[in-house]
Unconditional design. Structure first.
Lengths: 116, 116, 116, 116
């Protein structure tokens, strides 16, 4: 890696990796009110394994989930509109946080904190 | 669906769907000794949401996991060689079971029971 | 595998595996009118690698895709409502076909042909 | 987003998202010499849909693939050790590139260029 890539840039890169991984690994998973909590805990524990990751918080929104479930099947597939996600990483003393933020009805991954 | 597709055939089809779903949804998930149990519980709870599925049992093998983890990263990615899986479905009174069976070193999905 | 599992049951099991694999491997993939064709071809070629699979046909519906794409991002995520899928397998001379069928607005995987 | 997150940091974040997405969406896909090219093209076209992404290059290594394929099945599952990946993004005039780099036998995602 070129020496010009400072720890703050690397922290932001690592945050992005965690978010992209989390989303594309778990989106599409069948989810219902009875399985939501187990899924949220597994997502947190799985992504926390990745390098530089200090904490992952996932909350599957009960009301959003209830609206998304159809009466025929009793479950739906996990998407970004059903969850709140907060990921924190630390690279060489720089910590950074990103969250899934609602932007005009779409979940958008954003850096919400970057501290040297 | 044509009337010639009997409940036993449909039960086998449903079993296959559960196995393919489980494998391709969760293979690749970062996994370590500390996150394995949460992941196994989430896989079970998620797939049990699917239609006709009466039970899912997932055991991530501690010894296989320990061998697969590399010293640099402390985790690996979930694959079929790391887990035992048992899925049971019931379609119109016919229950069927499939398991991930080791065949010459490769995990193979097989129907292990089919009862009218 | 017990001797009581006949080739027809196994063909249905294999069909289910292909469908579950296809869906949970590729659902969530970013897709737009410019990338839809490449994605459909890759899904076909990938799943045709699996054992007993003789043919896979995937069509991503242009009109459904156009409706699903939002104006801000120009793409959406692949789901079952955006595609037609047909999978054919053959096990010991028994061929079987399954398709993604619209049932009350939801895509449902169904066996549509089973010939000894 | 706080005003302190400059375009370079955001470019690195976006790069990370693309890499994590690409890896966890497509890892595990059945792949063989006959399907590798279609898969590589679909990965490129799919990820290029994502915001700020100006180019994605994926090469599935023929020799690595040949070694990974087992004689029984004729295919394997896509992993990071089988491919070269290069992703380029541009955020407010800042372009950044990341690549999958071999580090002691493991594929590691690294920023390889960051230009204001």
């Amino acid at each position: 890696m070129p020496t010009t890539i400072d720890p703050a840039a690397r922290a932001c890169f690592e945050l992005g990796i965690k978010f992209g991984s989390l989303y594309h690994q778990f989106a599409g998973t069948p989810v219902s009110p009875t399985s939501a909590d187990a899924l949220a805990r597994a997502i947190e524990a799985s992504i926390e394994n990745q390098p530089y990751c200090t904490s992952v918080g996932v909350v599957i929104d009960e009301a959003a989930l209830a609206s998304a479930i159809d009466d025929i099947h009793g479950y739906t597939e996990l998407t970004g509109t059903l969850m709140d996600v907060r990921v924190e990483v630390e690279v060489e003393g720089v910590s950074a946080v990103a969250e899934l933020v609602d932007v005009e009805g779409y979940p958008e991954m954003q850096i919400t904190s970057l501290d040297a």
